[in-house]
Structures are given as structure tokens and as C-alpha cells.
Design a protein around this ligand. Structure first.
Ligand code: ATP
Length: 478
């Protein structure tokens, strides 16, 4: 039971000395969990708890990132595992809501996949070092991971990224899943070149902020999609994927190391649904994918084999089992996780607090656009124009001006785009993102709104776009 207002939670009573009222942490300190070789210690931590973990001896890693001895890691609102190749002893302070040791783990399979990719990287690198042509002729593996919901796609990407970095690689991570933001907010598609260690407490790490960080920050290229699923607006989704592929390819062409390290592409669960296989086709073509990895679905694997494992295709299709540690995340967990991502973008996290800046802006100085949801036009055959077989969704503009802004925007996140306010809406929709602002309040009567921005200064004269994802959060201010 907690005390209202003080957010104090009841002390966990130690099971070994029922009445002593000592919190579990001190006891877990006395008997630290010991892991034998090739074991995973899986744990889950709620959003109202925190767990501190330290490796006391041996070797251990979290999704491919090695944990140094004696460093304290703090986890809040997460579901993870610590794996050891050779055994380790760890200290755990706090009480995870779930924790157990698993001897059956897919990590050796992940490791084999890493070494297969590593061989391809080495071949590309050797070829590039002997060639003088620009751009470098050989590319490392371009791998796309597909699979159903919570199959462990993102975890496998993190693992392969961690191992590639440990071998001195510079893989480019492309996130095509708008449900979760990688180094950005949910609702975005991103591409980031990773050459330094990931922050295991934060998932992939942190993007540039105005605060100091122990782990080197990464600079992502961000596009705003603004919906939860690619099915909500397939036209915009495909445009952004093509735009991103173009930018990524030209970036890799300028960097031989990144070119040899190749791509790791994460995809949303909708790719695994048969009626959306054209999304796989589109992304495979745009990114010139060479390896398609299917996680946790026999049917999807067999469908992909039929499509891509043909004598004329140069794509290899690989099957990877779903990890027993993958947990279904319920909607409330995911919602809290998204709200935390938005809050951390503006206010930082306990180890690195940020000071956002609140400003009041007149409506006349703002150009706000709303993304159109083309799924609302799916019944076009019932409309007069739909009878001639023309898809009316292609006639719907991608963006629509919100003028004047209404109270509906309160507590929404707006993306500030890298383009001109007078550009055509189709150009705007494909522009990359400069940053995000949060609408604190809309004063309709006074024709102005209060905005929270991550840095101080005048809002640039650029278009602001609002979508449906991430959904409006509760108030971040006050
Ligand atoms: N070995 C493991 N031990 C503990 N938790 C794990 C393990 N592998 C994955 N998880 C957790 O399971 C959840 C689902 O995994 P992950 O995000 O990798 O799946 P996904 O297929 O990318 O999901 P989505 O379909 O939502 O994109 C995550 O919370 C992840 O941290």
C-alpha cells in the first residue's frame, strides 16, 4: 500500500526473516545471484520501481553490450536479460517484479548470425581497401528483420549492433517501426550510424541533448510518420521509407567503414501480415536488402522462402527462433513507456536532467499542419469517384493546414520540419525532423499558444506537423 501524495511504497518484507522489516535489497546483496556459463538472468521492473545491478565477477552482457565489473546500472520500467558466456556473480538491489534464470537461450544462435554477418563485413572491407573508386564498390550485409508482435526483433537488432560495435564496426540501424522511437519519439522512422557503445539503461542510447552524458550520444536522421501502423497511411509510409533509403545510401557512399558494416533494419509487426507483404517488397527493394531474417514465425519464413529464395534472387532468407524471454507488453506498459519517452525528451532522466523552455507564440507566427489518415478513406468504392477504380486515397493531400489552432492540440507533440513554410505539402511531408515541441496550452480567445521547447530561443519559421502518434500525453508541465 502506498501513502497518497508521498509516493512511498510498502517495504518488501524479507522472506527469510518475515518480521525484520528489512528491505529486500540488503538481503539480495548478501546472496548475489550466480549465473553459470551460457545462462540468462531475465528480469522485469515496473515503472514505479527501480532495480540496481552490478557485476561483481565474471563476464556479462545485456543484448550484446558488455557490462564492466563494478559499474552500477539502474533500471526502471523495463524487461531485459543479462547473459553470460563464462559465468558471473551479480549484485541486485531492489526487487524486480519477475526474475528467473534461463538455461535455454537463443543467444548462441544470435552469435552465429553475428559471425556470419561479420564475415560478409570483412569481405566488403577487404574489397573496399584495395579499390580506389568513389563511392566504395562493396557494401556489407543489408539485413532486414521481420516477425510478429513481440517476437524479439528489436532485441535481436540491439544484440547484433552491440556485437558489431565491439568488433569496431559502424552499422547503420534503420527503424521502420513507428510504434517505438529509436533515439527519437514514437511515431518516427529513423536511421542512425552506431560506432560507440549503447546505453543499456536507455535501450539504444540517447540522442544529442543539452546535458552531459556518460555514454556518447548518437545523431539520428528522423522522419515523422505520425501514425501507429503503416496501414494508417501506406502512401506516406512508403514515401518516407524511400526517402530514408535514399538518404541512407548516399550517407553510406561517403563513409567506407559504414558501407562495409552495412544495415540492420527493424520493422513493425504489420510486415508479417500477408496482406502487407508489399511493404516488405517495397523496403527490400529500396534498401537493396541482402539478408532477410524471420523471427518466430514458420509461416512467414516459408512465405519469404517462396518469394525470395529463388535462383534469380540474391537475397538469403534466415530463420531465427523466438526467445523464451520475449514478453508480451500490455497496452498500459507501452503507454507508460511512450509517455516516459516524451517526458525524457524535454526533461531528461534522473541522471541527466534538462531544462526545457516555455514560450508563448501568437497564432499568426505558426504554420501547423495535420497528417491525414488515409485509412478513413478505405471505403472509396462506395464514393462516386471510386467507381472508376481510381484509389481516392492518392488524391487526399498528405497534410492539411490547422488554421486557427484549436484546443484539440493541447498536450500534443508537434514535429518541427526541415523545410520551408511555403513548400508544397507533399514536399513538407517528406522533410526530415529538426526537433519536437509540446503544446502546453491553446488560448483560443487570445489567439496564442504556450509551447514547451527543448532549447531556449525563438521558434524557427518552419512548419509544425501533428499526427496521431504519439497520442496526446497527460500534462508534462506543472
Ligand atoms: N531474453 C529476454 N529476456 C527478457 N526480456 C526480453 C528478452 N528478449 C526480449 N525481451 C523483452 O521482450 C519484449 C519484446 O521484445 P522486442 O521488443 O525485442 O520484440 P519486437 O518483436 O521488436 O516487438 P514489436 O513487435 O513490438 O516491435 C521487450 O520488452 C524486450 O525487452
Amino acid at each position: 500500500m502506498s501513502v497518497p501524495g508521498l509516493q512511498l511504497t510498502e517495504l518488501n518484507v524479507c522472506p527469510s526473516c518475515r518480521n525484520c522489516h528489512c528491505p529486500l535489497p540488503s538481503h539480495s546483496e548478501q546472496s548475489p545471484p550466480k549465473l553459470t556459463n551460457r545462462c540468462e538472468w531475465r528480469f522485469e521492473v515496473g515503472f514505479s520501481e527501480s532495480v540496481e545491478i552490478k557485476i561483481l565477477s565474471g563476464t556479462a552482457e545485456i543484448l550484446g553490450t558488455e557490462l564492466p565489473l563494478g559499474h552500477k546500472y539502474t533500471f526502471i520500467g523495463t524487461k531485459l536479460s543479462i547473459y553470460t558466456h563464462h559465468g558471473c556473480v551479480l549484485e541486485c538491489r531492489g526487487s524486480p517484479s519477475v526474475e528467473y534464470t534461463a538455461e535455454e537461450t537463443p543467444i548462441p544462435t544470435y552469435t552465429n548470425l553475428h559471425f556470419a554477418l561479420s564475415k560478409l563485413r570483412l569481405q566488403a572491407s577487404e574489397q573496399n581497401s584495395t579499390s580506389t573508386s568513389t563511392p566504395p564498390p562493396a557494401s556489407g550485409p543489408r539485413m532486414m528483420i521481420i516477425g510478429p508482435l513481440d517476437a524479439g526483433k528489436t532485441s535481436l537488432i540491439k544484440f547484433l549492433t552491440g556485437y558489431a560495435i565491439r568488433q569496431g564496426g559502424k552499422p547503420c540501424i534503420v527503424n521502420l517501426d513507428p510504434r517505438e522511437g529509436v533515439l527519437s519519439l514514437p511515431g518516427t522512422l529513423t536511421a542512425t550510424t552506431f560506432s560507440t557503445i549503447m546505453d543499456v539503461e536507455e535501450g539504444f542510447g540517447t540522442s544529442p541533448t543539452s546535458g552531459p552524458s556518460l555514454v556518447p550520444v548518437k545523431l539520428p536522421l528522423v522522419y515523422y510518420y505520425g501514425f501507429e501502423s503503416p496501414e494508417a497511411n501506406p502512401r506516406l509510409y512508403k514515401k518516407l521509407v524511400s526517402r530514408m533509403a535514399l538518404a541512407v545510401m548516399s550517407r553510406l557512399g561517403e563513409d567506407t567503414d559504414a558501407q562495409s558494416s552495412g544495415l540492420l533494419i527493424d520493422t513493425p509487426l504489420q510486415f508479417s501480415i500477408p496482406q502487407n507483404y508489399d511493404l516488405i517488397q517495397h523496403s527490400v527493394a529500396d534498401f537493396s536488402v541482402t539478408t532477410l531474417v524471420v523471427v518466430g514465425s514458420e509461416r512467414l519464413y516459408s512465405d519469404m522462402l517462396r518469394r525470395y529464395d529463388t535462383p534469380t534472387s540474391s537475397i538469403s532468407v534466415v530463420k531465427i527462433p523466438k526467445s523464451g524471454g520475449c514478453v508480451d507488453r500490455d497496452e498500459s506498459f507501452l503507454k507508460l513507456s511512450r509517455a516516459r519517452q516524451v517526458k525524457e525528451y524535454f526533461f531528461g532522466e534522473p541522471k541527466r536532467t534538462l531544462s526545457p523552455y516555455t514560450m508563448t507564440v501568437e497564432f499568426s507566427l505558426l504554420r501547423i499542419f495535420r497528417l491525414n489518415d488515409s485509412s478513413s478513406m478505405s471505403n472509396t468504392s462506395l464514393l462516386p469517384g471510386g467507381l472508376d477504380g481510381v484509389d481516392l486515397t492518392t488524391r487526399l493531400p498528405l497534410l492539411e493546414r490547422v488554421n486557427p489552432p484549436t484546443a484539440m492540440l493541447t498536450h500534443c507533440v508537434l514535429a518541427l520540419l526541415h523545410c520551408d513554410v511555403d513548400d508544397p505539402v507533399d514536399v513538407m511531408a517528406e522533410a526530415s525532423v529538426m526537433g519536437f515541441v509540446y503544446v502546453v496550452d491553446v488560448e483560443e480567445q487570445k489567439h496564442r499558444m504556450k509551447i514547451l521547447a527543448p532549447v531556449a530561443g525563438r521558434l524557427p519559421n518552419r512548419p509544425l506537423v501533428v499526427g496521431m502518434w504519439p497520442e496526446a500525453t497527460g500534462s508534462l508541465v506543472g
